[in-house]
Design a protein around this ligand. Structure first.
Ligand code: BES
Ligand code: MN
Ligand code: ZN
Length: 495
């Protein structure tokens, strides 16, 4: 899919006009458009309900330049970037429903560059499909939206938009790919290929190397699977000596059956998404490399299945993690924290300025926040502010959850340094965070529990969402230009 900036209207299958309720947006556009279109859009009214947020009106015309128009209501109030993204995504989905190939987006004239980019990305996001395995289908010949034109008064550098789009699509494709195809080896091979294409270093630790590193957490989780685990290390921008070093850690469970503590059958198929953290880290480093962002990045991907094979680790087992911590396994379904523990320990050797892990870690985080926001846990207040600022900017909601010392007590074990689950089924997301905090130690660290946001079940976001890529890229911008941070805090939309 191509996204490009145009400064004069050219024919496409659909013109999308987002309109603010009670504004002159539509009149302004109608004055600029070919005359017969004014008849196409009948009796334009400023009814109370017209153009309320998310309301779509689709018009067909006989005009060759603009055969169809989609009016998208933006509501009367200032909206959060999250809502703007959702609304534009719906418009993209509607274009797919009509089987269109090229669309033009024209926003109200005051829209600034970041709003235009957000809307263009959202449109493309809504048009995403994962249908490579579908053969005979009614829409077999329809290949999806190929082109998005963003109409602006002045030229806009949308190259970054294209890279973002490609990287988000890459992440979604990886997360949607089933685990019979997407094995740890598959991800490692993909990382090597992307590294070659875009110029970042990739090192793959195989089973023997993982044993040599004494990654007891990753080894324990992988024991029950025939698939060999892989630990993939990505490095980009080592030459940027003055830039901060950011280590990104991504949970890479290619399938989470729960292991011996087997999950219930219902919805188990969705656990092919348990490597969304790893996919997001890979996609982010890919995008940063293409953008040539002047930042030193590391990506650490512990990759394995969590299966109940005959060699599987079992409740009651005591394992030793890479940093020497002994962990009593009380539930083999709390596997993500074990592989992340070793990845965090490995991260330390690079002496990173920041460590951010992304993990579909707990169902409890979904109970707490639903599918609306990722949970943010951190040992550094400044990092929280920067990440939340980035999230507000990209419309990827993030919400802080506590890491109080009392949670550590719940992780006490009678036989080992720690247990892998709490003694009571409470505060599950924070417990996961508290477990990881033990391994992050004194590093500046943040944990993003993306269990609820990485994979959707509703019509708009069915399957992988690509959550986190735009957030991290925005976070890098904030890190690299602290002086402009105040500007970024400007109110989000163009109202
Ligand atoms: N991968 C799951 C968490 C998850 C659940 C992600 C639903 C996305 C949707 C994780 O490995 C897990 O199984 N966590 C357990 C932890 C528990 C055993 C302490 C959970 O949330 O039930
Ligand atoms: Mn699990
Ligand atoms: Zn898991």
């Amino acid at each position: 899919m191509q996204i490009k900036n145009i400064t004069a209207l050219a024919p496409t299958d659909l013109l999308i006009l987002p309109i603010r309720q009670g504004s002159h947006d539509l009149e302004l556009w109608l004055a600029k458009l070919p005359i017969d279109l004014r008849q196409t859009i009948p009796l334009f009214s400023q009814d109370k309900d017209t153009f309320k947020l998310g309301q779509m009106q689709f018009f067909q015309s006989s005009d060759a330049v603009l055969p169809r128009i989609l009016l998208v209501g933006l509501g009367a109030k200032t909206i959060e970037n999250y809502q703007l993204f959702q609304t534009m995504a719906k418009a993209g989905q509607s274009a797919v429903k009509h089987q269109l190939k090229a669309v033009t987006l024209a926003l109200p004239v005051e829209a600034d560059q970041s709003t235009l980019q957000l809307c263009g990305t959202a449109l493309a996001w809504g048009a995403y499909r994962f249908d490579k395995y579908k053969h005979a289908d009614t829409d077999k010949t329809y290949a999806g939206i190929q082109e998005i034109h963003v109409l602006t008064a002045a030229p806009l550098p949308v190259l970054a938009g294209q890279i973002t789009l490609d990287a988000v699509q890459l992440i979604r494709d990886l997360v949607n790919e089933p685990s019979n195809v997407l094995t740890p080896q598959f991800v490692a091979a993909m990382a090597i290929q992307l590294g070659k294409e875009t110029g970042f270093q990739v090192t793959v630790l195989d089973h023997a190397a993982i044993v040599a590193e004494k990654m007891g957490g990753l080894l324990a989780v992988s024991q029950g699977s025939k698939q060999e685990p892989q630990f993939v290390v990505l490095e980009y921008g080592a030459d940027f000596k003055d830039s901060p070093t950011v280590a990104l850690v991504g949970k890479g469970i290619t399938f989470d059956s729960g292991g011996i503590s087997l999950k219930p059958g219902k919805d188990m198929h969705e656990m092919k998404m348990d490597m969304a953290g790893a996919a997001t880290v890979l996609g982010t480093i890919y995008a940063a490399a293409l953008n040539q962002t002047p930042i030193h990045l590391l990506g650490l991907l512990p990759l394995t299945d969590n299966m109940p094979g005959s060699k599987a680790y079992k409740p009651g087992d005591i394992i030793t993690c890479m940093d020497g911590t002994s962990v009593e396994i009380l539930n083999t379904d709390a596997e993500g924290r074990l592989v992340l523990a070793d990845a965090l320990t490995y991260a330390r050797r690079f002496q990173p300025d920041y460590v951010i892990d992304l993990a579909t870690l707990t169902g409890a985080c979904i109970v707490a926040l639903g599918h609306e926001a990722a949970g943010l846990m951190t040992n550094q207040e400044a990092l929280k502010t920067q990440l939340c600022q980035a999230a507000a900017q990209t419309g990827e909601r993030l919400w802080p959850l506590p890491l109080w010392p009392e949670y550590d007590e719940l992780l006490q074990s009678t036989v080992a340094d720690m247990a892998n689950i709490a003694s009571k089924p409470i505060a599950g997301a924070s417990i996961g965070g508290a477990f990881l905090a033990h391994f992050a130690k004194d590093m500046n660290w943040a944990h993003l529990d993306i269990a609820g946001v990485a994979f959707g079940e509703d019509a708009l976001s069915h399957g992988a969402t690509g959550y986190g890529l735009r957030l991290l890229l925005e976070f890098f911008t904030i890190l690299l230009a602290p002086a402009s941070a105040a500007i970024m805090q400007r109110t989000i939309s163009f109202h």
